[in-house]
Design a protein around this ligand. Structure first.
Ligand SMILES: CC(C)(COP(=O)(O)OP(=O)(O)OC[C@H]1O[C@@H](n2cnc3c(N)ncnc32)[C@H](O)[C@@H]1OP(=O)(O)O)[C@@H](O)C(=O)NCCC(=O)NCCS
Length: 139
């Protein structure tokens, strides 16, 4: 799907390449929290996720990287907008495009980065008091 809004093109029909993605993440605070220097791992993160990207002509300016079954639940792994393009509605539009790609009633779940904890409630997300994660193998 391709959507054009205010000179920004939103695309689910192509994925950014590794260097385009590294450049975007390096130009917003999410880059500190993702394994950009491990190219194989970061490439796998792109290859094995659904991606909606936002472009200013041929420049990648935003990304929604997500995992979904399309009908019941979507995990929004990364939402990132280039620092110089923030606060223009691109992050919100990326989520709207993601919702267009899934069915009504498909719930989005995410973990907010510290600098974005105020963002999600501002645009309408509700906090969940019983979300749980684990990183280490179970003992
Ligand atoms: C968080 C982020 C994705 C928001 O995208 P964006 O395109 O800049 O935001 P939008 O233009 O969609 O903002 C929509 C609204 O949220 C507000 N907003 C933006 N960033 C915010 C923040 N960090 N905290 C609270 N509100 C925020 C905007 O002011 C705007 O408000 P309005 O509709 O009342 O005018 C973007 O700032 C970003 O990439 N930040 C760095 C990486 C990051 O932390 N990503 C989140 C990972 S979970």
């Amino acid at each position: 799907m391709v959507t054009q809004i205010n000179n920004i093109t939103y695309r689910s029909d192509v994925k950014p390449n590794l260097d385009e993605a590294i450049n975007l993440y390096s130009h917003c605070s999410l880059g500190e929290r993702r394994p950009l220097s491990d190219r194989a791992r970061f490439q796998a993160m792109l290859d094995n996720a659904n991606i909606i990207s936002a472009w200013d002509r041929d420049k990648l300016v935003g990304i929604a990287r997500y995992l979904t079954d399309f009908v019941y639940t979507t995990y929004l792994a990364d939402l990132a907008v280039d620092d110089t393009y923030q606060n223009q509605g691109i992050g919100k539009q990326l989520i709207k495009e993601l919702q267009k790609a899934t069915t009504v009633g498909c719930r989005i779940v995410l973990l907010a980065a510290p600098k974005a904890v105020g963002y999600y409630p501002h645009i309408g997300f509700e906090a969940h008091s019983s979300a749980w994660t684990i990183l280490e193998p179970l003992k």
